[in-house]
Design a binder for this molecule. Structure first.
Ligand SMILES: [Zn+2]
Length: 356
C-alpha cells in the first residue's frame, strides 16, 4: 500500500477523495468530532497527533453559533455563519502547530438551514478566490425528511457549486434516530431508520457525475447514547448498497464512501463491521461531551473546599484560591478527557498509527 502524502492543515479536493479511498483500502475510518470552541478543537488536534492520523473536525449549526459566541443573536443565520467562518480560520491557523491533517466539515443542515450553508459557501468561494482552495473541506446537507427526489435534486444543485471550489458534499438518506443539536428524531417511524440500497443507488447515479460526495446512511444508528436493544444496528445495509451499485455499474469493491452517524455508544465489533463495508467517517459527539464534562465535575468535587470563595480554604482563612479557580486548570482537565476518548475512537476505528 502506497503511503499517503498528507500535509498538516486542511485537506480538500482530490486529496480528500484520496484520503477516503485510503481509509477504505486499509479498512479504517476517521472520527468526526463536533467542536464548539478552541478547547474542544485543541483536544481533537492533540488526539490526532497522538494517533498519528488525520481527524475530521466538524461544527454543527448550534456549535458554529457557540464558537462565535452565544451572545450573538440566534435569529437569522449571521451568528452561525460568522462562528463557522471563525472556527475554520482558527483550525487553519493552529493545525500546523499540532502537525495534523484536518478534514474541516459542518454537520447536519436541514432545509431550514440552507441559508446557513449558503453563507458559508459564499465565504468559501471568497477564500478560494484568494488562496486557490476552499475554507472548508466539505459541508453536509441533511434533507432526509424531504422526499428522496427533492433531497437529491437540492443536493445535486448544491454539489454543482461546491465542486467548483474543490469541496465534497455529505448527504443523508434515511433518518438517524435519537436527538442531537435540538433535532429530535426519537419518535420516528422505525422503517425510516433503515436506508434502502435502491436509495443509495439513486443517489450514486444522481451525484456521481456532479462531484465528490459521501453518504450518511441509516442502519439503525441513533444520535446520543441510549439503553441498548431499542433499535437493531444492521450494517449489512451498507454492504447491500455497495453491491447494488456494483451489480449495475461495475467498479468497486466499495463505490460509496459511507458515514456513520450516531457512533457514540456503539461496540467495537459493530464499528468494525460498518468500517469493513466502506464507512470512512464516524461521528462522535455524545461520548466526547461526556469525556469533556466528567473530569471537570471530578475537579469541582475534589476542589470543592477551595472553590467557595476567592480567599479562605481548609489550609487557612487567609489562603488565596486563585490557582484552583483559574479556568485553565479545570478546562484543561476537560480537554485531556476528551483527547483520551478520541484516541480510543481512533483505535476502535482502526485508524490509530495507520497513516505514518
Ligand atoms: Zn448526525
Amino acid at each position: 500500500m502506497a503511503a499517503l502524502k498528507l500535509k498538516p492543515g486542511v485537506v480538500t479536493g482530490n486529496a480528500l477523495t484520496e484520503l477516503f479511498d485510503y481509509c477504505q483500502e486499509n479498512e479504517c475510518a476517521l472520527p468526526a468530532v463536533n467542536v464548539i470552541g478552541s478547547h474542544s478543537t485543541n483536544a481533537a488536534l492533540q488526539a490526532a497527533k497522538e494517533a498519528g492520523a488525520p481527524i475530521i473536525i466538524q461544527l454543527s449549526n448550534g456549535g458554529a453559533h457557540f464558537f462565535g459566541g452565544k451572545f450573538l443573536p440566534k435569529e437569522g443565520h449571521e451568528g452561525a455563519i460568522a462562528g463557522a467562518v471563525a472556527g475554520a480560520h482558527y483550525v487553519r491557523a493552529i493545525a500546523e502547530a499540532y502537525g495534523v491533517p484536518v478534514v474541516l466539515h459542518t454537520d447536519h443542515a436541514a432545509k431550514k438551514l440552507l441559508p446557513w450553508i449558503d453563507g458559508m459557501v459564499t465565504a468559501g468561494e471568497a477564500f478560494y478566490e484568494k488562496h486557490g482552495e476552499p475554507l472548508y473541506s466539505s459541508h453536509m446537507l441533511d434533507l432526509s425528511e424531504e422526499p428522496l427526489e427533492e433531497n437529491l435534486e437540492i443536493c445535486a444543485s448544491s454539489l454543482t457549486r461546491l465542486a467548483k471550489i474543490g469541496m465534497t458534499l455529505e448527504i443523508e438518506l434515511g433518518v438517524t434516530g435519537g436527538e442531537e443539536d435540538g433535532v429530535d428524531n426519537s419518535d420516528i417511524d422505525d422503517s425510516k431508520l433503515y436506508t434502502q440500497p435502491s436509495e443509495v443507488l439513486q443517489a450514486y447515479e444522481t451525484l456521481r457525475p456532479v462531484g465528490a460526495f459521501t453518504v450518511a446512511a441509516s442502519f439503525g444508528n441513533t444520535h446520543g447514547v441510549y439503553k441498548p436493544g431499542n433499535v437493531k444496528l444492521t450494517p449489512a445495509i451498507l454492504k447491500n448498497s455497495q453491491d447494488a451499485i456494483i451489480a449495475k455499474h461495475g467498479g468497486g469493491p466499495k463505490p460509496v464512501h459511507f458515514v456513520f452517524h450516531g457512533g457514540s455508544g456503539s461496540t467495537a465489533e459493530e464499528i468494525r463491521e460498518a468500517v469493513s463495508y466502506g464507512v470512512i467517517k464516524m461521528n462522535i459527539d455524545t461520548d466526547t461531551q461526556w469525556a469533556f464534562c466528567h473530569p471537570i465535575k471530578a475537579y469541582m468535587d475534589d476542589k470543592s473546599d477551595y472553590l467557595q470563595s476567592q480567599i479562605g480554604n481548609p489550609e487557612g482563612d487567609d489562603k488565596p484560591n486563585k490557582k484552583h479557580i483559574d479556568p485553565r486548570g479545570w478546562l484543561h482537565a476537560g480537554e485531556k478527557g476528551m483527547a483520551a476518548r478520541l484516541v480510543q475512537a481512533f483505535k476502535d476505528l482502526g485508524a490509530f498509527g495507520k497513516f505514518s
